[in-house]
Design a protein around this ligand. Structure first.
Ligand code: BJW
Length: 244
């Protein structure tokens, strides 16, 4: 059973990381579509660097929750048959133990050098314009994907989505493309699609199954069902082999 899981800000909400489009969203009154852009960074780099510096520092005081840990357990059961695609820039999936992971919108704990393209791991502030460790130029920005920029790992993600048997979208509003299009793509190639969200979203192509509630409750229950199904099918294959 090949599974693709797409996560969004909702999976980290119960860890204390604010979402983007809920009432107390991250950008405090600004529409994220207006401010998460290269143009906004060019206009006012210091404000943007300070905002990301504060979010990077805040990572030190949050922890993975049971939903992140359940997806790491699922990877333990499925191995290479699971691909976890996250839109989140936090590192809570890694800290929970996930390894087969694509950060399609980048990572807070990486910088991107606008001069040479290096992407060093980065856990300090950027506001004081430190030099790039690769080329020495002071042109580091957060390695996050803003509107109009190309997300990371698209070929790998699309291959996995087209080939999966189960596609799950967890804690994402489905407002941002290309991520928002993956459930329809998976469905078009025959996958069972499932949404796990606090409230159902208005997906253009409806999910086959919708599980409503906080991710810390719904995700462990769903993951445990998949783990049981995967282990039953392995057991069946092994006993078929013994009978032959
Ligand atoms: C809970 C919960 C709990 C709460 N339990 N659930 C059509 C096709 C292709 C592209 C476009 C298109 N139309 C327009 C575009 C361009 C654009 C776009 O999508 N615009 C929209 C406004 C329409 N997209 C882009 O520009 C992207 N690049 C691109 O398209 O390149 C060219 C290309 C073309 C064709 C193919 C491929 C590529 C780049 C998008 C970059 C997004 N960047 C951001 C900021 C990152 C940095 C940062 O963190 O500051 O990424 S914006 C922001 O939104 C962030 C998120 O990753 C992203 C998604 O948000 P998410 O995760 O869904 O969060 P919320 O807040 O929206 O929702 C939270 C959900 O959780 C809710 O549903 C709650 O109910 C739920 N929830 N508590 C369970 N406890």
């Amino acid at each position: 059973m090949r599974v693709v899981v797409l996560t969004g800000a909702g999976i980290s909400a119960e860890s204390g990381v604010p979402t983007f489009r809920d009432a107390d969203g991250l950008w405090e009154g600004h529409a994220v579509e207006d401010v998460a852009t290269p143009e906004a960074f060019d206009r006012d780099p210091d404000t943007v660097q300070r905002f990301y510096d504060a979010r990077r520092r805040a990572l030190a005081s949050v922890e993975p929750n049971p939903a992140h840990r359940a997806l790491a357990r699922l990877e333990g059961a499925l191995g290479d048959d699971l691909l976890l695609v996250t839109q989140n820039v936090d590192d809570l999936h890694e800290r929970a133990g996930s390894q087969r992971l694509v950060h399609m919108h980048g990572e807070l704990l990486r910088a991107l050098c606008a001069s040479c393209g290096a992407q060093p791991m980065w856990d300090a502030d950027l506001i004081d314009a430190p030099p790039c460790p690769a080329c020495g130029v002071t042109a580091l920005r957060p390695d996050v994907v803003w509107f109009g920029e190309m997300p990371y790992g698209l070929d790998r993600i699309e291959q996995a989505v087209i080939g999966c048997d189960v596609f799950a979208a967890i804690g994402t509003s489905g407002a941002v493309y290309p991520a928002a299009g993956y459930s329809a793509l998976a469905a078009a190639f025959g996958a069972h699609t499932v949404e796990l969200n606090l409230v159902p979203t208005d997906a253009l192509t409806p999910f086959d199954e919708v599980r409503t509630g906080p991710a810390s409750i719904t995700v462990p229950a769903w993951a445990d069902e998949l783990i049981a199904a995967a282990s039953a099918s392995t057991g069946r294959a092994e006993s078929d082999g013994m009978e032959r």
